[in-house]
Design a protein around this ligand. Structure first.
Ligand code: ADP
Ligand code: MG
Ligand code: MG
Length: 256
């Protein structure tokens, strides 16, 4: 089992040449085999948390720790974090000019394997075919340049293809549901559910409860004003949907 532990994490960003504290002490423990969801209103720091875990330099860790199996993640480069088994599906997936999807996927898989044990072309293509079929994707999409000219839905689907191919220990999926129609949402959810295993843990970040009808989390955390203010099971997402964040604010006596 692997564990990702976030301890009293405080993170700031630079705004108008001043530091503004966004995360104000986040505590969270993810184990492989578990599905966690973070919900919360816009602008509360959900993406800040995922960007910080992946090492985006725009996010400045003021204090606190992130440990992957006891190892200090904050000392690792973005590359090292990916090789250690983290995967981040970004809210706005990047286009990378001149690199095809297939080239990217092979490189990403091989980066996580020892030099003398790189994946063979045959094994790679077999794995690719299996996962393309899982996601109702065509081979031609895999041959295209990474995310270039992809629609919003295709980009999200492609992120899930990467997830299935790379088989990380932990994935942080930031708003993979935004802008998806119901069919694309189901395909994405199917892909994430296909990852389920004792060796895989996921953190799903979403505004809406809808995605959680398809990917049922073990834990739901609510983030408000840079902190996790409540943790519950999947039912918490339904309560939020019914009562809104305002209801929770009242319940907790928050004035944010
Ligand atoms: P959420 O994902 O919950 O909607 P974010 O983490 O994206 O929230 O943003 C939290 C706050 O931090 C917002 O006020 C946002 O404007 C600010 N913020 C996020 N990223 C940056 C950045 N790179 N530079 C400046 N401000 C940022
Ligand atoms: Mg947002
Ligand atoms: Mg966000």
């Amino acid at each position: 089992m692997s564990t990702l532990v976030i301890k009293d994490l405080k993170v700031s960003v630079t705004e108008n040449e001043q530091e503004r504290l966004i995360l104000k002490g986040v505590n969270l423990t993810l184990n492989t085999g578990e599905t966690h969801a973070i919900m919360g209103p816009n602008g509360t720091g959900k993406s800040t948390l995922s960007e910080t875990i992946m090492g985006n330099p725009a996010y400045h860790v003021v204090s606190g720790q992130i440990l992957l199996d006891g190892v200090d993640l904050l000392k690792m480069s973005v590359d090292e974090r990916a090789r250690a088994g983290l995967f981040l599906a970004m809210q706005y997936p990047a286009e990378i000019k001149g690199v095809t999807n297939i080239e990217f996927l092979r490189a990403a898989i091989n980066a996580r394997r020892p030099k003398d044990d790189q994946i063979s072309v045959t094994d790679f293509l077999a794995l690719l075919d299996k996962n393309l079929a899982e996601l109702n994707m065509s081979t031609s999409m895999a041959e295209r340049y990474l995310n270039e000219g992809f629609s919003g839905g295709e980009k999200k689907r492609n992120e899930i293809l990467q997830l299935l191919m790379i088989q990380p220990k932990f994935a942080i999926l930031d708003e993979i549901d935004s802008g998806l129609d119901i069919d694309a949402l189901q395909v994405v959810a199917h892909g994430v559910n296909a990852m389920a295993s004792p060796d895989f843990g996921t953190l799903i970040i979403t505004h809406y409860q809808r995605l959680l009808n398809y990917i049922v989390p073990d834990y739901v955390h609510v983030m408000m004003d840079g902190k996790i203010v409540k943790t519950g099971d999947a039912k918490l997402a339904n309560t939020l949907e019914a009562e809104g964040y305002a209801g929770l604010r009242d319940e907790l006596g928050l004035d944010v």
